[in-house]
Design a protein around this ligand. Structure first.
Ligand SMILES: [Zn+2]
Length: 501
């Protein structure tokens, strides 16, 4: 079974880095010239899809030069108001579909100006963005790490499809998008397994929207993606709005009870016997971690495990979240291997796939060892280690981490005093010392003596740290949303706390 590892796949998709900034700029210049040469004929043709995609590819060039999307979109808006030709009107109309609300307003105004001067877009432009969804398919990979969702659309009698590759190993993220302009063989191809992917099954358009909405929302523009995917993302976002609203939970949702049941079943299984005999407590610890990680996605079965998920979990999630004892560390390999073997057999994977998954365990654990000893990871797990042992829902653990990192900033955001980098946030005395230093020169609020002020600051910080009462963090979030920075939010919370007495 030939498999492409995550690292290799990323290497394949990401364009090679140019040796110097100048070379990069030259390469982008060439690409831009080529894309512009394709843009104008596409805008003059009567092919809606071609015009849309050619525009999107040009708009995405700014990203390669580190220009923000809004700025680069605005440059195109300006460009399209110069020559007063019908293709300028077409370009502006397509920009209104693909860009942010702010650029959309200026593009709409520019379009109104262009038409006011008597230049109208061709008739087909009215169809832009109005592709009709036809059908959707889902392809899972052998291990459940990734999925590929294909959605077919039509512009009149011309069909096209988008294939969206989603990585589920951390949170669902878009890895790449491919445009399929020739759909003649699409169904035939989808019925065949391809690489790690199984044969596709048809899903409802609403189901496709539910899965894709989440992945698209998680895929932020700073993610390193192939240029064509960056270009196709806004096109596909506009297509997604054409699909029927999903509005509901996935068909199958797994709970904490399901995860606990999976751990119990594993502990009694023949696959776990040797590991349990050697160290029962540590085997259970790892089984609970592995099952808990599935809680990040409501539809992820507790026994789900593939090479990519394993790698992410061991090299990122666990070292950032949990304190692992010496004996648990020593027992990691037998325990994780036993779980991998059990989960693969439980899901009915063939021996070839089981062996492949097992062969990935040592490298993932090596990565874990290095990550666990990294001071940055150690600092991060200080925020959640005490909760993580009893909280089995990793989304909740993440919420606690965000709140606590507000109460006491991460090392890179702390006072530059050279001492607070090594602060043990889990220790209440250390928290006190840090906060004292941060607020010592501050002006106490109205009617407050300095001593009183510092007592109130400590109270607020501890309320944020523990999450009790919840109203303190809710108020903090409200103030943050209104644009205040962390330090000023804490001042406001202190005044509020003081007023209440
Ligand atoms: Zn202050």
């Amino acid at each position: 079974m030939a498999r492409v590892s995550k690292k290799n796949r990323q290497r394949r998709n990401v364009p090679a880095k140019a040796d110097s900034r100048a070379q990069l700029t030259d390469a982008v210049d060439d690409l831009f010239d080529q894309l512009l040469a394709e843009l104008w004929p596409a805008l003059r043709s009567d092919d809606v899809l071609k015009a849309e995609v050619a525009t999107a590819r040009c708009l995405a060039v700014g990203r390669l030069l580190g220009i923000s999307q809004d700025r680069s979109d605005s440059i195109f808006v300006k460009m399209a108001t110069q020559s007063k030709k019908p293709e300028d009107a077409a370009l502006l109309r397509i920009i209104t579909l693909l860009c942010s609300p702010a650029v959309k307003r200026s593009a709409s105004r520019a379009l109104a100006d262009v038409t006011a001067s008597g230049v109208y877009p061709a008739e087909w432009v009215a169809q832009v963005g109005r592709a009709a969804p036809v059908q959707a398919w889902l392809r899972d990979d052998t291990f459940g790490d990734e999925e590929m969702i294909v959605v077919k659309f039509s512009y009149g009698d011309r069909e096209h499809a988008f294939s969206v590759h989603v990585d589920r190993s951390s949170i669902p993220l878009v890895d790449f998008i491919t445009l399929i302009t020739d759909t003649d063989d699409l169904v035939g191809n989808l019925e065949q397994p391809s690489g790690d992917f199984k044969a596709a099954g048809q899903i409802s358009l609403a189901e496709a929207r539910r899965r894709l909405e989440l992945a698209l929302a998680n895929t932020k523009p700073d993610r390193e993606l192939p240029h064509d995917t960056i270009a196709l993302l806004p096109v596909f976002r506009s297509r997604l709005r054409r699909l029927p609203a999903s509005g509901e939970q996935p068909a199958q949702v797994y709970t904490a009870a399901d995860r606990a049941a999976a751990v119990d079943e594993f502990m009694k299984s023949p696959e776990a016997a040797d590991a349990v005999a050697a160290d029962e407590e540590s085997t259970r610890f790892w089984a609970e971690l592995l099952a808990a990680f599935s809680s990040r996605l409501p539809d992820e079965p507790p026994a789900q495990l593939g090479p990519l998920t394993l790698e992410f979990m061991l090299t990122s999630f666990v070292p950032r979240t949990y304190v692992v004892s010496e004996s648990q560390r020593r027992h990691a390999r037998p325990a994780v291997s036993a779980w991998a073997r059990w989960s693969a057999a439980y899901r009915g994977l063939d021996e070839d796939a089981i062996q492949y998954l097992l062969s990935e365990v040592p490298a993932a654990l090596e990565g874990f060892e290095a990550a666990y000893d990294d001071p940055a990871f150690a600092a991060e797990r200080g925020y959640t280690a005490d909760l993580a042992v009893r909280e089995t829902d990793v989304v909740r653990i993440g919420e606690h981490a965000v709140r606590r990192q507000f109460a006491l900033p991460k090392p890179e955001d702390r006072l530059p005093d050279g001492e607070s980098d090594a602060l043990d946030v889990a220790d209440p005395v250390s928290r006190r010392v840090y906060i004292e230093a941060e607020f010592t020169d501050c002006e106490p609020g109205k009617g407050m003596a300095r001593e009183e002020f510092l007592v109130a600051v400590h109270r607020v910080i501890e309320e944020l740290w523990t999450g009790e009462p919840p109203a303190t963090w809710e108020e903090a979030q409200r103030l943050l949303d209104s644009g205040k920075n962390r330090h000023d939010v804490i001042h406001s919370l202190v005044e509020r706390s003081h007023r209440r007495g």
